[in-house]
Design a protein around this ligand. Sequence first.
Ligand code: ADP
Length: 540
Amino acid sequence: MEHSVKKPMISLNGDLSAYSHEELLQYVARLKSENQQLKEKKEHKILDLKANLEAVIENTDDFIVSVDTSYRILVCNSAYRWLIHELYGADPQAGDHILGIMDPQTQAFWLPYYQKAFEGQSGLAIVEREIQGLTRHYEVSFHPIKQNTTQVDGATLFIKDITDRKIVEDTIRENQKMLASINRNIKEGIYRSTPQEGLVYVNKAFLEMFGYESKEEMYNLKSNVLYSDPGRRQELLDLIDARKEFTNEEVLYRRKDGSTFYGMTSGLMWVDEGGNLYFDGAIRDMTDIIEAEHQLREQNEELKKVNAELDRFVYSTSHDLRAPLMSISGLISISKMVDDQDKQNYYYDLMEQSIQKLDNFIKDIINFSRNARTEVELKPIDVNQLIHQCKEDLQFASQYERIRFGITIEGGTTIYSDSKRLGVILKNLLANAANYHDLSKEDPFIQINLINKEKSFQIAVQDNGQGIKDHLADKIFDMFYRASNQSKGTGLGLYIAKEATEKLKGKIRVETEYGVGSTFYVEIPQKKNDSVKENLKVEE
Ligand code: ADP
């Protein structure tokens, strides 16, 4: 292009008289040509932009349509045309009325959205449509086409198929619901921790397991406090370091209140995309399992004991039952052969003794069986009355009348226990104290001392009788054990006393010296409930 005019730019205020007419005409012509070129350039650019826009509209996954304010289609992409064809069997073109292709009900649904857009506001609708037999979900957004801030020329609709997104969202929501439910109902304590922050997540079971009120309270804890032995925590961290995970490790944990419990623990370490380190794990409270194991072991021991006792029982019963029967049968044969009444009476006395022995044996067996089978029944007992009752029941033989009885009671006469079992214990101890007495002593006595304490009571039955040889003292509580040839009993008395004491969660022991005497101590726990305390008040 020629730039012959080198003079300053002509402006309306400039001095045109400085230019010749020719020069001015040339200048105007050049301006015209420049203007034409600019116009062509601009049109080109607009065409380019339009082509670009059309390409974008065509290549997007969205369904796009623009309408003017009289609902006439300005432009739409082929995706939109396909959609309308699938929905209404129509082929929309520029200039068509956009609502004309729909039934009145659908028109009524969409009309407010168009009106809102024509008023200058955007809108959004989510709809469900059946396409080729499948339910699809669409998000339809309305945007006003504005020339300036006040004038709206029409509206553009972007329709997105959000079916896949909705499926993913629904799945996530379902999964979240399921996870929340699992977390709520699972018995395992689940946690996540990080090296910097400690615990960052715990579930409800975890919270309850450790006895804390809120998750936040746990998140502020130093992890160490949850372990009974912090060394054990280090061991677990070392395991994680070495193997990245561990399974079913038994760990003794500490609750908020300081009590402890065993938890079966599994954990693993992992790193997310951002390089953050996490420890995830689960703890199962083992208290119940350990308790059940304990119980099983105890039951097993008990069974073994019962088995051994049964063996001994069968052996001794056959002997203890047969011996008196045999002797009765022998005595009957002899008495048949004699006519002398005195002799016969003597044999009857012997028979009576054998029968008494049998009866004692049977009574002992009944006591033993009762102790094993009946429930413990705890009630307030007047212990003074009980001791006297036992003494009377024993109906000591006349030679025992020489034995001096003493009773002392400390701390009130009301105790809280099982009167039947306590009676059996007392009777056995009193019977032995009398049976194994030494009447040759100057002052033969049986002294019963009861100490009634708040949480237990102790009964001591002391005699100055024969005493027991040291090496036999341990065995006298065994089943069928007789420590002296003088024993006319079954060897069951102390065994039953011990069993009954243990049933009442108490202890029995003996202090004895051969030739000097014995003291049997029975210590039984008791719970004085209100009724017992009232009872005590009445007495005092
Ligand atoms: P039993 O009296 O029927 O033989 P027990 O089980 O009651 O059986 O007692 C076991 C043994 O302990 C007795 O045989 C006896 O030798 C001894 N014994 C028990 N009580 C006393 C006592 N107070 N003084 C001395 N010996 C006793």
